[in-house]
Design a protein around this ligand. Structure first.
Ligand code: GLY
Length: 390
């Protein structure tokens, strides 16, 4: 069992535990030992799809641990669902010594974590993420929250879980498209700060795209190594900047573009041109992040080429990106089975980006890749981005 600690002001505030197995006799049981009043919130779909999660839930029920199965989707990621979890905790007599244990993907962990932060002015919580996306990103770092009005994750707080328990074996039941969606966030993490692991991740994902079952069976150790490395990068960034005043912004690589694509593809019935299987309308979050990373690499190129004008305004901050970086990303993403082209024009995307909750004083912090393993944050207005990418 491997443990990665997360710090704030020199004190350990959370930990990521990478374990084998998802039963109470495994490392998970050790993680739960200090907590006498556990309340489990689990995604109902995951219970039906994953044998390991089903068995874990049975173990909890036998031990008389209260379990609440919730229906999860982006549209029910709301205050109503959070209040429903709080009502259940109240009903089950959860007290200040409760531990809310969320089992599911990022929506389940975000909502349950948020419910725990407000219930009785805050009780402890922990996560067992069951998607790759949640294992490498959403369930690490303490961002909790829900959607409100038209905005994703606009209500919430940053508060750290007691622990996040990662079990790579649970990913075996994930559909390929969902796995690859999480893989895009994993690649993002390595583009930010670990070139060596990026190459390993691309090699693993190429094999996965060609033969999912054989890769999952034969390359179990590699997957665990990749997940652990991605979790370590994220834990490091969060330890240095828990409240996103600076460095943590790098984790938003590709996300301003991705949010615009997601918003447009949900709003219109228009089908993005490059989804993976040609059937589902709309892009998954990870697919949109993949496209967003390529757009960010193109933006870095154009910014550098723009010579005097813009580069002067951000003088001293912007270094030349590696030649051919955007093209390399496109080729790698294609080999992994991920898209790289936006189905929307930059002008359409700009309309949404202007309303992005992360825009400050008309400017957006764009994270621009300079090389695999290195990024730079540059503040640009949406109009400047439109000019550069048109
Ligand atoms: N998902 C980005 C962050 O946790 O900051």
């Amino acid at each position: 069992m491997e443990q990665i600690d997360i710090y704030h002001d020199g004190k350990e505030v959370s930990r990521v535990v990478v374990g084998d197995g998802l039963n109470l006799d495994s490392g998970l049981g050790d993680c739960l030992k200090p907590y006498s009043h556990v309340f489990v919130v689990v995604d109902r779909q995951v219970v039906t799809k994953s044998r390991a999660v089903y068995d874990l839930v049975q173990e909890f029920i036998i031990k008389a641990v209260p379990v609440k199965a919730v229906d999860v989707s982006e549209t029910v990621k709301t205050m109503e669902s959070v209040m429903d979890i709080c009502s259940w905790l109240l009903d089950k007599g959860a007290d200040r010594d409760a531990l809310v244990l969320a089992v599911g993907g990022g929506i389940t962990t975000d909502m349950s974590g948020f419910a725990a932060t407000i219930y009785k002015r805050g009780v402890r919580f922990a996560y067992i993420p069951t998607t790759l996306l949640a294992q490498v990103d959403a369930a690490i770092g303490g961002k909790t929250g829900v959607n409100f009005e038209k905005y994703k994750n606009i209500l919430g707080v940053i508060r750290q879980p007691e622990f996040t328990y990662l079990c790579p074996q649970v990913l075996e039941s994930l559909p390929a498209r969902e796995f690859l969606s999480g893989a895009a966030e994993m690649l993002k993490t390595f583009i930010i700060s670990d070139g060596g692991m990026y190459d390993k991740a691309v090699a693993y994902l190429k094999a996965y795209s060609q033969d999912r079952t054989a890769t999952l069976e034969r390359k179990e150790v590699e997957l665990k190594e990749l997940i652990t490395a991605a979790a370590a990068v994220k834990a490091g960034v969060v330890s240095r900047d828990q409240f996103e005043k600076g460095e943590r912004r790098v984790l938003n690589l590709g996300h301003t573009f991705a949010h615009a694509i997601e918003t447009l593809s949900q709003k219109e019935e228009r089908m993005p041109v490059l989804n993976l299987n040609g059937k589902d309308a709309g892009m998954t979050h990870g697919e949109a992040v993949a496209v967003g990373m390529v757009m960010a690499a193109r933006l870095a190129d154009e910014l550098e080429k723009s010579g005097q004008g813009l580069v002067n305004r951000i003088a001293g901050m912007f270094r030349k990106p590696e030649d051919g970086l955007a093209e390399k990303l496109v080729a790698d993403l294609a080999a992994c089975g991920l898209p790289s082209e936006s189905p929307y024009s930059i002008k359409e995307m700009a309309q949404v980006m202007r309303k992005d909750k992360k825009a400050e004083g008309g400017k957006v912090h764009f994270v621009l890749p300079k090389a695999i393993g290195s990024v730079e944050v540059v503040d640009l207005t949406v109009d400047e981005v439109v000019k550069l990418l048109k």
